[in-house]
Design a protein around this ligand. Structure first.
Ligand SMILES: [Fe+2]
Length: 402
């Protein structure tokens, strides 16, 4: 990378590109925004992709009714699993084809959105998802029209170009990404997150916060993702506690939805780090909720990384977190650890894993090292480092975390 310019107290700016083609619609009630955006796409048949839990809230039915009222024919696939697989993708794609849907509307968290994103890519490019996951088949065509309606404030998948899907025949979960895979439209209405229970609000919110933190402290930062990441962190610090304590607090819900949006854009451009690498390894064995796993890992990864975060970045982080700018890395670690604790989320693996848990932790460490984001971590990571962090997480008392 060629260094081109320096800007006063900011880091030197390397060459960079920033691409985010998704149209973002904020604040309009979903039942009004979806028909309007589908009409703007010029299609009269759509497939709604959602999950069984969300289907019980009535939101997909309400969107369906609004679309039908607008003269749009609607098919529904409401069976996406919490950890979507290539079978989920194949099912959604098949229904989209048989119903001749001109667009897919995903309503849900990252699972529904990633399933729809993967299906939309296949509809345009052909073949099976595994061809792209394992054989490196190139993606050459813009995805089938696809509208994302997030109902959690966490994954940021509505503004990322990656879909993470499990292949039942492989233990390792590998994402597929392409700038041709961005959603065409993201519809964000904080009201739809009011029904999210406290523990999911907290876990998904920590995921959003970690996206911003890892994007800001990684090796591929750029000035635009920095802006987004810092504002995401500020909003998450302000909103996470109140949104978890009182789900009907619309200001807090709005803060968290923006935090997730900005965090998603930042990490899509600037990458992630050790928390997500370890989360990938751990979740492939323990099948934990992604955000919950991130919360468990965060204090340990922070402690490992803090010495490698550049001083100017540490000062800006301290400022955004509401600490004195010269508070130092340990205070940043302590503050974020305390935030996780205050949300009643577990730290470490001590409360999750017992003597009967049959996991090969050497495999988990090796799989964490296969995650691409490990190379974006501010401090160089080895498999021995991953193993040592897992060991500390298993004993939970190490590092004084619990
Ligand atoms: Fe994440």
């Amino acid at each position: 990378m060629t260094q081109r310019s320096s800007t006063g107290d900011r880091d030197p700016i390397d060459t960079f590109a920033f691409q985010m083609p998704t149209r973002i619609v904020w604040g309009t009630p979903v039942i009004d925004a979806v028909p309007a955006e589908v009409a703007a796409l010029g299609v009269d048949r759509v497939l709604i992709v959602t999950d069984p839990g969300l289907a019980t809230t009535g939101l997909p039915d309400a969107v369906r009714a609004a679309l039908e009222h607008a003269g749009v024919a609607v098919a529904v696939h409401a069976d996406v699993s919490g950890n979507p697989t290539t079978d989920d993708v194949a099912a959604a794609r098949s229904i989209a084809e048989s119903s001749r849907s001109g667009a897919i509307v995903a309503i849900g968290g990252g699972s529904a959105i990633d399933t729809a994103k993967a299906s939309a890519m296949l509809l345009a490019n052909g073949g099976e998802y595994a061809d792209y996951q394992w054989d490196g088949r190139p993606i050459t065509r813009r995805s089938h029209p696809f509208v994302a309606v997030p109902t959690t404030a966490g994954t940021g998948s509505e503004v990322t170009k990656v879909a993470v899907i499990s292949d039942a025949s492989q233990p390792f979960k590998k994402g597929v990404l392409s700038p041709l895979m961005f959603a065409h439209v993201a519809i964000l209405d904080p009201e739809v997150t009011i029904a999210l229970p406290p523990h999911l609000t907290a876990a998904t919110g920590i995921d959003a916060l970690v996206h911003a933190f890892e994007a800001y402290t990684g090796r591929r930062t750029n000035p635009i993702s920095d802006l987004l990441a810092l504002e995401s962190l500020r909003l998450a610090i302000a909103g996470l506690g109140p949104a978890t304590a009182d789900g009907s607090d619309l200001d807090a819900r709005g803060n968290m939805m923006l935090a997730a949006l900005y965090g998603g854009m930042a990490m899509d451009q600037s990458g992630l780090g050790l928390v997500h690498a370890l989360s990938g390894g751990i979740c492939s064995h323990l099948h934990l909720h992604h955000g919950l796993a991130n919360a468990m890992i965060l204090p340990y990864a922070l402690e490992f990384n803090v010495s490698a975060i550049r001083p100017e970045r540490l000062r800006r982080l301290a400022d955004v977190l509401g600490l004195p700018v010269d508070a130092g890395g340990e205070h940043v670690v302590d503050m974020l650890t305390e935030l996780v604790r205050s949300l009643d989320l577990p730290i470490g693996l001590g409360t999750t894993v017992d003597a009967d848990t049959d996991v090969d932790w050497d495999d988990v460490a090796a799989e964490s090292m296969r995650m691409v984001m490990v190379h974006n971590n501010p401090r160089t990571v080895t498999v021995e480092d991953c193993r040592a962090i897992l060991e500390a997480m298993l004993s939970s008392a190490v590092g004084g975390r619990e």
